[in-house]
Structures are given as C-alpha cells and as structure tokens.
Design a protein around this ligand. Structure first.
Ligand SMILES: *Cc1c(COP(=O)(O)O)cnc(C)c1O
Length: 366
C-alpha cells in the first residue's frame, strides 16, 4: 500500500483512521449485514447514524438549539441559488466578492434578487481581503454574503465584516471545522464537505431557525426550500447516505483528536512551517497579503513557469501530489486541511529546500 501526501484542494485528503474504519465496516455496518451504501435511508440503523452525525457536529461547533443542521445535495454551488431563494424578502442582498466562489455566488444570486457588490478584491487577483469595517450596505439588504476562506486564492477573513445588523451568510467550504467558530454571529453557515470534512456531493447548511421560511416565491423548487429539508430531517428524498456516514466518522475522529481547539492549534502549526519557509526562501514566494493568509490553502510561485512545472513534476515523483495551482493564479497551491499530518508539511518543506538548492542557478541573479 502506497499512500501519498495529497495536497489537493478538493476532493481532498481524509484521515487514514476514517478510511480504515469505513473499510472495516464495508461488509457489515453495525451488524446490519450490509454496507451503508446498500442501506435504506428509512431504517432505524440509518436514523441512528444521521442522528449521531448531527449531534457530533453540534458538539464540535457548539451549535445552539435555535439552528438547524441540514445535510443537503447539490454541493456548495447549489446553495449559491438556495441562499437568495430562501432569504429573499426585500429583494436585495450585499455580496463581498473575494474570489471565484464568491463571484459565482454573487452572479447566481443576481438571477433571483438585486445582488449588490459592496466590496471586492478582484483588482489584485483576489490576493487580499478588503476592509469590511464600514461598507456601504443597503439598509434593506436581506443579508450580507461572504466566502470565508477563499480556496483558490488562499485568503481568509480574520475579522468578520461589519454587517450593520444584517444577517451574515458564510460559505465555509474550505475552512469547515478547521477551528472553533461562534455560530451565533451567523444567520447561515454552509459548506461543501469535500474540502475539509468528507466525500464530494454533500453540503452541510447550518441555519438559524427564524430564517427557515415558507413564504417564498412560488418558483422555488421544493428541494431547494430549507423548510422542506428541515421539516423532514434532511430525509425528504434519498440523501447522500454514504457521504453522511463518512462525515460522521470524521466528526468522531475530530472529537477523539480534541475537537476544534486542537485542530486550530495543529493547523496553525502546520501553516507556520510552510509560511515561514516561503518567507525565507529566495525561490518560492507566497501570493497572499500576509495578514489575510489562509491556514488551509497556501498558494505560492517561483516567478518562472518552467521552474514551477519542474517543481510540480519532481514533487509528484516524490509522492507530494496535487500541488498545481489554480489556473487563475498559476504556480502551486498546497492545501493542508485537518487530515494532512504535520509530517506531510515538514517533508514537503524539506523537499522544497532541497529543490531550491539544486536549482540555485535560477535564484542567483534575483
Ligand atoms: C469547492 C468550493 C465550492 C464549490 O463546491 P461544490 O460542492 O463543488 O459545489 C464553493 N465554495 C468554496 C469556498 C469552495 O471551495
């Protein structure tokens, strides 16, 4: 068996303990004589499984009782439409555009209401988080929308925007469960789980109860109404049973590791190793403004396309895979989610040091 160090942005690395547990339970989940993939979602066994998964994420994030936890399909992208459809009242919403995902959400919302771009960092390839302490937010905005961690560009909101009393909606896909959060600061928190939590095809939406309404426009599909999903405990139709199961195992794993406080500590430690090296290297440079750096996604460049390509090729051969950056940034990106062990980051940095020495001719004249 030959496991690599997988730096993919998503779908991404999962804890080995979780994969092993799923393997053990594949033929006979809890005495049912079948795997979770083969099991009706209307069984008592599955009911217990989803109930425990919900309780565990509630414990991990300390989700208050007046928030619903929904396990939905269609990925994070489906919520780009569901958010405006479910929250539309006055027909206006404020969007802070800090990357491709926020931009897509903004464009999608524009189909259903008046989406107002109140801040953007597109002028500098989304390499920073704009000052959001005093934005011109329309008084009648139904909500303020952010993408909290920008997977492609490697930026993260360290302070929440001043929403001036409006409901805050946050896409946390790539920082989900990476550190403790104060859920009460948000109206809606949602994330596709395939970045930091589980397999693709499942999005978890955590929604304050008063925002789950029935008085929606008549065109809103039954499946996209949060009310439908909340009233049916995420079981209106067949859910992504397998992904819910794996997420449940990841929640158990997170609890056993010491929860989100411990995750934050480890993630800070891992990120510091990589950023410290980038700050000292003559060859590799981070692409993000220092104070806005993500703990999860770390883009970096050499400034030379051939050298980038050589690096990715040699790294891959050494078992450090999926390091190629997004096409809009170029260069490299190391995603170092919860399940990436610290040894993976240390070994990557050692490899980068070695690569820099071996290719020193490129940096001599800089
Ligand atoms: C990956 C990603 C998405 C899209 O997720 P899908 O589940 O593929 O729709 C949305 N937002 C962020 C921040 C992401 O990283």
């Amino acid at each position: 068996m030959n496991r690599v160090y997988n730096f993919s942005a998503g779908p991404a690395v999962l804890p080995e303990e979780v994969l092993k547990k799923a393997q053990e339970e594949m033929f006979d989940y809890h005495g049912s004589g079948m795997s979770v993939m083969e099991m009706s979602h209307r069984t008592k066994t599955f009911d217990e499984l989803i109930g425990k998964a919900e309780q565990d994420i509630r414990d991990l994030m300390q989700i208050p009782d007046n928030y619903k936890v929904l396990f939905l399909q269609g990925g994070a992208s489906q919520q780009f439409a569901a958010v405006p459809m479910n929250l539309k009242k006055n027909g206006k919403a404020a969007y802070i555009v800090t990357g491709q995902w926020a931009k897509k959400a903004y464009q999608e919302a524009g189909k259903y209401l008046e989406a107002v771009k109140v801040a953007s960092s597109e002028d500098q390839t989304f390499s920073y988080i704009p000052d959001c302490s005093d934005l011109d937010i329309p008084a009648d905005a139904d909500y303020v929308y952010i993408c909290e961690n920008n997977t492609i560009y490697g930026t993260k909101f360290k302070t929440m925007p001043n929403t001036k009393g409006h409901v805050l909606v946050s896409d946390v896909s790539s920082c989900f469960l990476s550190e403790p959060v104060d859920v009460t600061k948000y109206g809606v928190i949602y994330g596709g789980v395939q970045k930091n939590v589980g397999p693709a095809g499942l999005v978890i939406s955590i929604i304050r109860e008063d925002l789950i309404r029935d008085d929606l426009e008549s065109y809103v599909p039954t499946m996209l109404k949060w009310k439908t999903q909340a009233d049916n405990g995420s079981l209106y139709n067949t859910p992504n049973c397998w992904a819910i199961y794996i997420c449940g195992l990841v929640f158990e794993w997170l609890k056993a590791q010491g929860g989100l406080t411990e995750m934050k500590k480890r993630n800070e430690e891992k990120a510091a190793i990589l950023y410290d090296f980038l700050d000292s290297s003559k060859m590799f440079k981070g692409t993000v403004r220092r104070e806005d750096r993500s703990l999860m996604n770390v883009p970096f460049v050499t400034g030379d396309d051939d050298l980038n390509a050589a690096f990715i090729k040699e790294a891959t051969a050494q078992g450090f895979v999926s390091l190629k950056g997004h096409r809009t940034v170029g260069g490299m990106r190391a995603s170092i989610y919860n399940a990436m062990p610290i040894e993976g980051v240390k070994k990557l940095v050692s490899f980068m040091e070695k690569f820099e020495k071996e290719h020193a001719k490129y940096t001599k004249n800089r």
